[in-house]
Design a protein around this ligand. Structure first.
Ligand code: THU
Length: 132
């Protein structure tokens, strides 16, 4: 599967976003090495601190289907932004624990702009379980 196909699946997932407070819908899709894809969208709450981002929902969805870091090949994230959407700090921390550090992460917008990056670039000098 190429990056445009994965972004397209993330864009479909974005339609499932529950974002009545920010009106900022985000979709994400994780591709696994067996070809399966797990999606997520952001889910908000009137108690704002409980909002969950699309990237984390996609990763947790994959984990709940028995997948783990060694299964992950790529991640796509998409939102209606001018430039490709940038993951929040909380998602970067979660990605640094659950997603392979050098596998591609495709940041995209609805205009079809895609920026490729990875966890090492998104969160250098990360805090990890090794520090505990
Ligand atoms: N959001 C995501 O889902 N992913 C990001 O990378 C950035 C932010 C969500 C959280 C919240 O529901 C809305 O976008 C506005 O911050």
């Amino acid at each position: 599967m190429d990056k445009r196909q994965l972004v397209s699946i993330a864009t479909e997932a974005r339609d499932l976003s529950y974002s009545p407070y920010s009106h900022f819908a985000v979709g994400a899709a994780v591709l696994c090495n067996d070809g399966t894809v797990f999606c997520g969208a952001n889910v908000e709450n009137s108690s704002y601190g409980l909002c969950m981002c699309a990237e984390r929902n996609a990763l947790y969805n994959a984990l709940m289907h028995g997948k783990s870091s060694e299964d992950f090949e790529a991640l796509a994230v998409v939102a209606d932004t001018d430039a490709p959407v940038s993951p929040c700090g909380a998602c970067r921390q979660v990605l640094s624990e659950l997603f392979p550090s050098q596998k591609p992460i495709y940041l995209a917008n609805l205009e079809g702009n895609i920026q490729e990056t990875n966890v090492e670039e998104l969160l250098p000098f990360a805090f990890s379980g090794d520090d505990l």
